[in-house]
Ligand binder design. Structure first.
Ligand code: PRT
Length: 117
């Protein structure tokens, strides 16, 4: 199932727009929407789900089950998008941060942090 075919990341923006519409202040209805239910219940609810989904991803990876890994990563990304929405942040903020880091070696970045301490 692995593919390097370019895929438009607009889905993240569209999903974030949908999640914003599920916020309590925007009339999200917990009776009709799982996302609205999580957002109405607040951080304890969606942060617990992030922990659970991360653990499920680890287990899928340990099983070396590619389709399961993709599904669990999607669940994890979805719940992190719910968290970003609660904190008035957008996936574009995260994508900008990744773009800022592009080409910066993790080893070099870590060394610069250690040197500056
Ligand atoms: N991408 C997702 C998405 N990914 C995962 N999920 C839900 O996340 C939950 C994952 O939790 P689990 O796997 O633990 O399943 P569960 O046992 O049912 O969950 P709990 O009862 O334990 O919380 C499931 O209920 C999934 O349906 C999602 N729910 C919604 N979306 C998107 O969000 C949009 C708005 O959704 P609603 O407003 O909730 O209808 C949808 O149109 C989709 O585009």
């Amino acid at each position: 199932m692995t593919t390097h075919t370019p895929f438009n990341a607009d889905i993240l923006s569209r999903l974030a727009d949908t999640l914003e519409s599920r916020l309590p202040k925007n009339g999200g209805d917990p009776a009709r929407s799982y996302a609205a239910k999580l957002l109405a219940r607040g951080p304890d609810a969606f942060l617990k789900k992030i922990g659970e989904e991360a653990t499920e991803l680890v287990m899928a990876a340990k099983d070396n089950a590619p389709e399961h890994i993709v599904a669990e990563t999607a669940d994890l990304w979805f719940h992190t998008l719910v968290a970003l929405t609660h904190y008035n942040l957008r996936p574009e903020d995260v994508l900008r941060e990744l773009a800022r880091r592009e080409g910066v070696s993790g080893l070099a970045e870590k060394a610069s942090r250690i040197d500056s301490n």
